[in-house]
Design a protein around this ligand. Structure first.
Ligand SMILES: NC(=[NH2+])NCCC[C@H](N)C(=O)O
Length: 586
């Protein structure tokens, strides 16, 4: 299927050709800067700058270009305005042609414009601990970016950098051995066992901090674990396996792409850490400082004003979090052949990643042509504007949040839905509730904090997941009532004139690809949310002013049905790229 080129891009090409014809040769290739505009469909602003360079009156330049514009099939009218802008109105037939061409392709004419390998590190929960809202953000944002890059043709390798290694496991395993604390699964779900493990983990931490003799035994346990002592290793493996089961339960509930194959935890890099440290030391990138192996950064000062170290190996010989991340970069570039590595991690780790990336550049593990980007995100806040905690001050469990959202969604659906899918209330409440949580997270600009407010998330008014799911279901319901098959060849009558609301909708439908490309460049899924919300609003205005089933004549009805169909398809694919389901009935 040939890609469908957005009308703005087509218009730009026509203007460039006209400029080639009308202007002196040294200005070929200049950008006419075609943008969407309020005054007309499109506006070209680039001629002003060119006129400046040519020392000619800008309006005269614009008039000349417009006079040599060849675009009758595409552009209905074109006029010079103000100091030398060009306002362009697209031909109705061109807008309808786009609708027809997009409907003929199951990717809606969107090309696979990316090609390369991207590693994306996201979710990253910690073994023996329950997932919390911070992991929710990483999981949801990372998953959507993975989907969008993949849709645009990128080869995406997901890496779930599980916290499954380190001194804390010595503590936990020792405590389990001594206390006989029972945590194993009683029923089918791993949520209960993880909750018990989480509590035992906290107990072990408290004991470690208060009981020096226990701390000594726990440190011995770390040594045993690292040396591969059979019993210790078995305990660790058991805890890891149970934690993974629990993560998978959460992932399935959330409907994210992550599977067990993506789980490449910190322990995976353990065998390479000594080598990483040696190489850094030999290359002189890391130096011995007070018995620890560190990398220093002249331009990054700590609180005391001294250059801040990145610790590779601690004084006791243990390797830190940074050593693991450096080993991971080596693996991702050297073995996985990434041209880009994305880290979806809390903004509080910004300095860590800056130092890790800089270290990897210095030693050459991260060559200039490979990008490494920390996609930092803000904190989830409670209604009091403080980091989201339970009343007793504990971090909030992800599962209970999801349960709450689904319960709240059930009430909304029960009250509002007249057209429930066969799966009934429970299925729909799940789709709406989980979708609401995901959408609320994605719709906020990534770097910002946001307030976790379930009522707002499941609201039918405003920029919410359920608003978009309803808009999608509405398009499907219209098509069902019209008896119009969802997949048959598009029947578009190109010679008909469009009403303003139809034009606005058709124009918006043509903007899907630029919206996706923008997310791929900025890694900000909220831009796709904004697009889909505006599309749903354009659809609502269209639907309110242009009767579809009762259209004045059969050909107009056909055209309107096709607009409904393309809106529905665009919403379905767009919601899918955000990780939301789009049921046909709601
Ligand atoms: N490659 C990484 N360091 N990824 C982030 C890991 C996040 C860590 N497990 C945490 O919960 O804070």
């Amino acid at each position: 299927m040939a890609p469908v080129v957005p009308l703005a891009v087509q218009t730009r090409s026509r203007l460039v050709s006209a400029m080639d014809r009308a202007l002196p040769a040294e200005h070929t290739g200049a950008d006419p800067q075609v943008r969407r505009s309020d005054r007309a469909d499109l506006q070209a602003n680039g001629l002003l700058a060119i006129a400046g360079k040519l020392r000619t009156h800008p309006r005269a330049v614009a008039e000349k270009v417009v006079a040599s514009l060849d675009g009758a099939d595409l552009i209905a009218s074109c006029e010079v305005s103000g100091p030398g802008f060009v306002n362009l109105t697209l031909a109705d037939s061109a807008l309808l042609g786009q609708v027809e061409a997009r409907l003929a392709d199951d990717r809606l004419g969107i090309p696979r414009s990316l090609a390369g390998t991207t590693v994306i590190d996201y979710s990253q929960p910690n073994i023996a601990k329950e997932m919390h809202v911070g992991h929710l953000r990483s999981t949801i944002i990372g998953d959507s970016i993975a989907r969008i890059l993949g849709f645009l043709g990128e080869d995406v390798i997901r890496q779930n950098h599980l916290g499954d290694w380190g001194t804390q496991f010595g503590m936990l395993i020792q405590h389990l051995a001594e206390s006989g604390g029972e945590w194993r699964r009683e029923n089918g779900s791993a949520a209960g066992s993880l909750s018990r493990l989480n509590r035992l983990y906290q107990d072990s931490r408290a004991r470690f901090d208060s009981d020096e003799e226990f701390a000594e035994r726990a440190r011995g346990r770390v040594v045993a674990l690292q040396a591969g002592d059979a019993g210790t290793l078995r305990s660790w493996q058991e805890i890891v396996a149970e934690s993974k089961l629990y993560f998978d339960e959460v992932y399935e509930r959330l409907g994210v792409l992550l599977t067990d194959d993506d789980a490449v935890g910190e322990s995976f890099y353990n065998p390479f850490l000594a080598e990483v440290a040696d190489e850094l030391e030999k290359a002189g990138v890391a130096v011995n400082s007070d018995g620890a192996l560190c990398v220093f950064f002249e331009d990054i000062a700590g609180q005391s004003g001294e250059p801040l170290p990145l610790i590779i190996r601690k004084r006791d010989g243990g390797f830190g979090y940074a050593a693991t991340d450096l080993a991971a970069i080596r693996h991702r570039v050297g073995t996985l052949a990434a041209r880009r590595i994305l880290y979806v991690v809390d903004v509080r780790q910004a300095l860590h990643f800056r130092m890790v990336f800089e270290t990897a550049r210095r030693i050459g593990w991260l060559p200039g042509e490979v990008d490494a980007v920390h996609l930092a995100f803000g904190t989830v806040l409670g209604k009091d504007g403080k980091p989201f905690k339970t009343r007793s001050g504990r971090t909030v469990r992800l599962i209970s949040l999801l349960d709450e959202a689904v319960d709240r969604a059930r009430l909304v659906v029960k009250e509002k839905s007249h057209d429930l899918a066969p799966g009934g209330l429970d299925t729909t409440a799940t789709v709406v509730g989980i979708g609401a949580v995901k959408y609320a997270d994605l719709a906020t600009s990534r770097a910002k904090d946001y307030v976790f407010d379930v009522d707002r998330m499941v609201s039918l008014h405003g920029n919410t997941g359920v608003y978009l799911q309803y808009a999608h279901a509405r398009t499907r319901s219209i098509l069902r009532k019209a008896g119009s098959p969802l997949t048959a060849r598009a029947r578009v009558h190109r010679d008909l004139a469009l009403e303003p609301a139809e034009r606005a909708l058709a124009l918006k439908l043509d903007d899907f690809e630029p919206a996706l490309t923008e997310v791929a460049h900025t890694y900000e899924p909220h831009r796709l949310c904004v697009y889909l919300f505006e599309l749903a609003q354009s659809f609502t205005s269209f639907f309110e002013t242009c009767p579809v089933l009762k259209a004045p004549d059969p050909e107009i009805r056909d055209n309107r049905l096709m607009l409904c169909r393309l809106t529905g398809d665009t919403l379905r694919i767009g919601l899918g790229l955000l990780g939301l389901a789009a049921p046909d009935r709601l």
